[in-house]
Design a protein around this ligand. Sequence first.
Ligand code: UTP
Length: 463
Amino acid sequence: MTAKDAALRTRLCEADQGHVFRFYDDLSAEQRTTLLAQLRSIDLALVKKLIDRHLAVETEPHTPKLAPAEVIPLAADAAGRAEAAASRKVGEEALRAGRLAVLVVAGGQATRLGYDAPKGCFPIGPVSGKSLFQVHAEKVLALSRRYGRAVPLLLLVSPDNHGPTRRFFEQHSYFGLPAADVTFFEQGMLPALDRDGRLLLAERGRIFLSPDGHGGVYRAAVRSGAVAALRKRGVDTLFYFQVDNPLVSVGDPVFIGHHLRQESEFSLKVVAKRDAAEKVGVFAQLDGRPGIVEYSDLSAELREARSPEGRLVYGAGSIAIHAFSLAFFERLGQGALELPYHFARKKVPYIDEAGDLVNPAEPNGVKFESFVFDGLALARRTMAMEVARDEEFAPVKNRTGEDSPESCRQAWSALHRRWLAAAGLRLRADAVAEVGPLLALDAEELAAKVAAGTIGRAWFDHA
Ligand code: UTP
């Protein structure tokens, strides 16, 4: 052990984490190197803070004071449509000026879906079987073609899925995007802790670490140099979404326009909750600041509360589609502002004192994550805009049932059937539809191409 490593060992022992060296003497040279590297990456001061905060929250949970937050409604009348048109113009100008980059968070573990490869590799196109990554990449490519400017694509990955994600893009020639315009950057990892605040060993020579949550995106984007590189090429706005929603309207100019016109630092799209019982985070004012209130933190009374027009008072469901100013990312990522950490009790398999692997029947560990939407409270200005769920949101979260590949493909096909019908193309009643992003990004583009004869019935029948 070098002097540096010995000092690391001392620091860990002083922090009551010396047990991680229990099997050190039996490890191979390679295993020792891995363990030491892992231990060096762990911020012991942060671990201490997480333990203290966790205990404080457990003994004295804070219930924020809630109030509804302002949302730009769906453009239902002439005034709303005029506003949307004005914003579209501003958004399109920003796209033409090369001010926009697209950021996809793809560092999660897809536990609920139970998929071994990165979630973005999951085949999802209802007709084509295209992967989530391909659909997103093609939208970015279509956007750059439409506005005549390259749109950089950034992907947040975890140390675990970085390699396979990068290889997937390489194998598919970046789905037509210039490789130089695609950036992968790694989020941080955090240890899980046992009831006594001690690190858990996943193997004799490996600490249990998991991704630090999508809130890790701010710091990772700054630390990796991705934000500085964007700044250099004239980007000042980020369009953000999660890898598992293939219906996302990437770079939506109306949304970007509203964001820019309102000089917002952090904007979000919301959909009307299906009903009071839908388990989704809701955009609201928490202790006087904008934020997302989780389903479990809303009392039954507030969940059911309705306005005189009959709408749910807390009904603005967040769909994790955001726009950010790059300056906000810089402020947060440089650590000038701090996000809170959320904790969850989980069953974490671990190596016990005898060196045996234990698969606990009950939660034995606490995992910590930060969430991107907690940045809302820290932004100087925010903007929320309502969109239609069936046009923009069909996430793939679970293996079956709600928010599954099947429900996603159904919503997708139904949407594109409506696009085709609006363009005057008829489909058999049982036909499944999928319009590729490079053919049309939205119903208007599809209708225009059909009207111009670029897409004819014969072409369509063979597509
Ligand atoms: P989810 O909370 O749905 O998590 O992430 P998940 O990992 O995809 O799935 P489960 O919970 O294990 O079943 C929402 C989005 O945030 C990203 C995910 O990749 C997904 O796009 N994410 C989540 C990260 O990028 N990093 C994280 O640490 C967590």
